[in-house]
Design a protein around this ligand. Structure first.
Ligand code: SAM
Length: 238
């Protein structure tokens, strides 16, 4: 099956509506991802069906129109090859997305795909979350911060909540360990000004692994001491 056919089938099974133009955009994304992956390590997932399900549909599984209003400013922390930020932008073009990563090689891929797709309202930022989260231009400037496969939830809360404006959400896409991570992250989430608003389990087409999307709402300002200096959130989680 082609990538587009796999994606169309998986989207249908997940109740996600994709236009032909979106299917074409995701096909360009897949082709460029696989081509670039030959020279830059972007992903271990390259089979068309797997890219469709484990990258695109998984990324879109966190979308909720209440959480992501149409013109929302969203930051994807540790975006890598663009997941989940870029699929969200293709799916809901009104979103203004900032793609943040500390590895510039991956950002070069993102620069090319954004240009190829002619996407407006995408900012690509090279840097560490611990530093960007202290800068005035980024701190508490986003309605949503997303993150997938970057760190455990207690670490991630310190990397992501500083970006979120009051009332907005930090949305974490998590794998099978999500319950343990939730237990472990309670103290950090409260200390950083968040509260767990929702935890939704996700089932991807053809897979029976367990995963969940955790929605953490910002209910008070993140204290100025956070995020701590680069590496410390990971080394000494709250
Ligand atoms: N989110 C993507 C995904 O789900 O496919 C990429 C996941 S990859 C395993 C983790 C990414 O997070 C890497 O590209 C890495 O450079 C980035 N990263 C890790 N720690 C970071 C930090 N403190 N600040 C910014 N980026 C970070």
């Amino acid at each position: 099956m082609t990538f587009a056919a796999s994606l169309a089938a998986a989207a249908k099974e997940s109740g996600i509506e994709l236009t032909n133009a979106q299917l074409e955009a995701f096909t360009v994304y897949n082709d460029l991802l696989v081509a670039w992956n030959e020279k830059v390590n972007l992903t271990a997932i390259t089979a068309p069906h797997e890219v469709a399900v484990k990258h695109v549909i998984d990324s879109l599984s966190c979308y909720d129109e209440q959480v992501f209003p149409d013109d929302a400013a969203v930051i994807d922390v540790g975006t890598g090859a663009g997941f989940p930020g870029l699929p969200l932008k293709i799916y809901r073009p009104g979103i203004r997305i900032t793609l943040l990563d500390s590895l510039n090689k991956r950002l070069n891929f993102l620069r090319e795909i954004v240009e190829r797709l002619g996407l407006a309202g995408v900012e690509i930022v090279h840097g560490r979350a611990e530093e960007a989260g202290r800068q005035k231009t980024h701190r508490e400037r986003y309605m949503v911060a997303t993150s997938r496969a970057v760190a455990r939830l207690n670490v991630l809360a310190e990397l992501c909540l500083p970006f979120v404006s009051m009332g907005g959400h930090f949305v974490a896409l998590k794998g099978a360990q999500y319950r343990d991570e939730l237990d472990e992250a309670g103290v950090a989430i409260t200390a950083l000004g968040g509260r767990i608003a929702d935890v939704r389990t996700v089932r991807l087409p053809g897979l029976d692994d367990s995963r969940a999307v955790v929605y953490i709402q910002k209910i008070s300002a993140t204290p100025g001491a956070y995020p701590r200096r680069p590496g410390l959130p990971e080394k000494k989680p709250l």
